[in-house]
Design a protein around this ligand. Sequence first.
Ligand SMILES: C[S@@+](CC[C@H](N)C(=O)[O-])C[C@H]1O[C@@H](n2cnc3c(N)ncnc32)[C@H](O)[C@@H]1O
Length: 268
Amino acid sequence: MAAKAARDRPGGLTPGHGCAGHGECVENVTMRPQASPYDAIAELYDSWSRSVTEDVGFYVEEAMRAGGPIVELGVGTGRIAVPTAAAGIDVIGVDSSRGMLAVCAERARLAGVAARLDLRVGDLREPPVGERVALVTCPFRSLLHMRDDTDRLRALAAARELLLPGGRLVFDVFTPSRGDVEETQGRWLEREPGIWERADWDLETQTLTLSVRGESGEATMALTWLAPHEWHVLLEASGFDVEACYGWFDHTPYAGGEDTVWVAKRSS
Ligand SMILES: C[S@@+](CC[C@H](N)C(=O)[O-])C[C@H]1O[C@@H](n2cnc3c(N)ncnc32)[C@H](O)[C@@H]1O
C-alpha cells in the first residue's frame, strides 16, 4: 500500500473570537462535554499521520480561493488548519475531541497563528457555528465516522446550513479495494516507528474497525465507507451540486480508485 497506505488510516484551540453564544468558553476554547476515542490518541496523532501530507496544499488552496473565515469540521490537531491559518485564512475548527483540539491549540501557538484559529468542541452533525462561510471542509475521511445514512445526511445538511449561497463543501473519503482489505485484515502493522495499527474490515457492513496503539495511548474506532456513487446521491439529496469528484489531490478526475475528493456547491 506504500504511499497510499499513508492515507489508509484516519490519522491520526484557541483564540476564541467566537465564544459568545456557543457554550462555555474556557481558555479561549469553546467547550461542550463529549467523549471521543481520539482523546486517548491525541498525543499520538501527529506522529501517526506524519506521512500524510499530500492533501495539505489542496485544502490550503481551496481556503485561499474561498477567502476566510472557513469552517473545518473534524479539525483534529490542525494538520490542515494550521497551514491554512499560516496562509492568512481564519479557520473555525470544530471537533468532538477536546484532546485533539488541545494539541491543535498548542500547534497553532507554536506556529504563531493562534489568533486565526477559533476552535470549538462539538459534533459535526450539529456544529456550534452561527457564522455563514464560503467554504466548509471535512478533510482526511472524517465523514467516515458517520455510521449510517441518517448521520451522513445530518452532517451534510449541517455543512450546507453553514454555507453562504454558492458556497462549497470540500471533503475526502475512501472506499477500500479488496487488495487492501486482504493485505491488512486483522494484522498489527507498524505504521510509524513505535505506532501500531490494526484494521478489521467487515465487508458486509462496510465498516472498518481501526485500532491504533503507541507509547502515549491507544484507541479503537469505527469508519464506515460508501461507494462513490452513494456519496453522490447523498450530496444531491442534501442540496448540493457536485462540481468535481477527484481521485487524488492533484485534481485527477476520479477513475475508479480508493480515494475520492469531493467539491460540492450549495445549490440555490
Ligand atoms: C481522521 S481525523 C482528521 C483530523 C484533521 N481534519 C486532519 O486532517 O488531520 C478525524 C477527526 O474527526 C473528529 N471527529 C470524529 N467524529 C466527529 C464528530 N461526530 N463530530 C466532530 N468531530 C468528529 C475526530 O475527533 C478527529 O479529530
